[in-house]
Write a protein that binds this ligand. Structure first.
Ligand code: ADP
Length: 527
């Protein structure tokens, strides 16, 4: 069973917090975005209240896990471990934990108020941003937990000193379930700029650059498939859980999505085509750099997941659709089909918003490769103002997937990948899926369920339970591989062996695109 309590359900159910979409945005527009910590506790109370009125038999649940929004952090006041371990089952959680936090408003993933702290942490590493990325999997990002903790220590040292434990949203929820402080799991922990992703241990340099005595406040790290503890007596007595029910480490929403999408094998790639676009891939040998993020896999003890984020996703495709395809996906698809793969050597860069990958400002750039024949040696490109409408449509689609292929290959993605799983709103579009298959040269699957993070948490609960039963880590593929592939993914094969020549032509076009992209970044890039 999967339970979903998302930002969109918080607002109508808990209006007294007066959040907007579950968050408070600082009115002074300084980038500070937080959520009330107690709202999450009340949401849990409310969820259990609703569940206990259903027919659910809590005593049949063998293991519980969950998914928390990545990067967000919770600050437990000195003395709160005692409150947590002696919860009275006759009272709701909220009533007992009202005074358990040194900070009542948790910084969350949308916060971007810590630029100064990011630079300071990067500077503490000899080689700056790149060196920090090599150790922790990412350069410093404003939303990451380390810069958020540094800001609290620098500006509110009394509050920092009055904190005995800092949890992530995920380990905070696991703590409620076990009635004690739960460890931070390796996958979510990599979203903090504090963990050495290869050693799976706190990085001393990062800790020192962030705040004093931090290690004792963070506690231990643990694998995502590990047992956080047995369910607290509070839940046994109040809701009649079995006292042997295991709480498996909770993790972040991104790692859980990887588990829910069944990305388990090196060479697996997922492309999420939502408001923004995200690429997830699995590798044994990550190569973290200035772009993207590397986290230990939540379901493979030796594997890593790479995440690439593009701000210009569906909204930019919509912009091109509105300008050149009569505001209709049907017309857009017809125009896409009218044009030939490779777009006759026309390459487009479409940034309706400031892009993260590559770091380029708003602007559309178009190039035509002269005398394009599919081989690029010695061929020059020429910048043009606009393409004809069908080429604009193909330009925005091919441009995005060539960029994804180039950046994923830089991270060590095998070419071709083993398979691609497409999700998000635009994955409903078969013409787009065909373009993905042609550019990457592999089968493209789509998922039947969109809530991959909550599904992933449920899958991990079963995985952790099984590992515990067998006395150690067990590859998750043993658990379900064949069955799950058949039941939860529908295959959309659109490239066969005959098209491999086209894939290699796309490879050449991708190199040209990367060359132009690098020049644009040098000329216009923000970092
Ligand atoms: P979110 O990131 O907000 O969860 P979704 O995954 O729901 O977003 O995707 C929404 C986007 O999907 C919309 O912005 C829309 O442009 C895009 N979309 C919906 N249908 C199609 C389609 N047939 N072709 C291309 N894009 C589509």
């Amino acid at each position: 069973m999967t339970l979903i309590f998302s930002d969109s359900t918080v607002q109508p159910n808990l209006p007294h917090y007066k959040t907007q979409d579950g968050v408070y945005r600082d009115p002074s527009n300084n980038g500070r975005i937080v959520s009330p910590t107690l709202m999450w506790i009340e949401a849990l109370d409310l969820m259990f209240q609703k569940l206990s009125k259903s027919n659910l038999d809590f005593s049949k649940i063998s293991a519980v896990s969950g998914s928390g929004q990545q990067h967000g952090s919770v600050y437990w006041k000195i003395g709160s471990s005692k409150i947590l371990s002696s919860l009275d089952h006759k009272k709701p959680l909220l009533e007992q934990l009202e005074n358990a936090f040194s900070i009542k408003e948790s910084p969350i993933w949308m916060d971007c108020s810590t630029t100064a702290e990011c630079r300071a942490i990067e500077n503490a590493f000899g080689g700056g941003a790149l060196e920090l990325a090599k150790v922790t999997g990412s350069r410093a990002y404003e939303r990451f937990t380390g810069p958020q903790i540094k800001k609290i220590f620098d500006h509110q040292p009394d509050i920092y000193n009055n904190t005995e434990r800092i949890s992530l949203v995920s380990s905070f929820m696991a703590s409620l379930f076990i009635g004690a402080y739960a460890a931070i799991d390796h996958s979510d922990g990599a979203g903090m700029n504090l963990m050495d992703i290869k050693a799976k241990a706190w990085s001393k340099v990062a800790l020192e650059a962030t705040a004093p005595d931090l290690e004792s406040k963070l506690g231990n790290l643990a694998p995502a498939y590990g047992v956080a503890g047995k369910i607290a007596s509070y839940f046994v007595e109040r809701y009649h859980f079995n006292k042997d029910c295991l709480v498996i480490q909770w993790s972040g929403d991104n790692p859980n999505s990887v588990a829910g999408l069944t990305l388990n094998i090196p060479g697996d790639l997922a492309i999420s085509l939502g408001t923004s676009d995200t690429v997830f891939m699995i590798t044994k040998d990550p190569n973290p750099g200035l772009e993207g993020h590397v986290f230990p896999s939540p379901v493979d003890a030796e594997g890593y997941m790479v995440m690439l984020c593009y701000k210009n996703g569906s909204l930019t495709r919509e912009d091109v659709r509105n300008s050149y395809a009569e505001k209709s996906w049907d017309v857009f698809n017809k125009l896409l089909q009218q044009t030939q793969p490779l777009n006759g050597g026309k390459l487009g860069f479409y940034y309706k918003d400031h892009e993260i990958l590559p770091p380029l400002p708003v602007g559309y750039h178009r190039y035509v490769i002269e005398n394009f024949s599919g081989a690029l040696d010695g061929m020059k490109e020429q910048e043009v103002k606009e393409f004809d409408p069908p080429s604009e449509v193909r330009g925005v689609i091919e441009g995005q997937f060539l960029s994804m292929r180039a950046h994923a290959e830089r991270f060590g993605m095998p070419s071709p990948p083993k398979r691609i799983i497409a999700t998000g709103g635009a994955s409903a579009n078969d013409s787009i899926l065909n373009a993905i298959a042609s550019i990457f040269g592999c089968d493209v699957y789509t998922v039947q369920r969109q809530d991959s993070a909550s599904l992933g948490a449920a899958v991990r609960a079963a995985h952790g339970w099984l590992c515990n039963k067998k006395g150690g880590y067990l590859p998750i593929s043993n658990m379900y591989m064949d069955k799950l592939e058949k039941t939860s993914l529908s295959c959309k094969l659109s490239v066969n062996a005959g098209d491999q020549e086209l894939v290699s032509k796309y490879g050449a076009l991708m190199k040209k695109r990367t060359e132009i992209e690098n020049r644009l970044v040098q000329k216009l890039g923000r970092c």
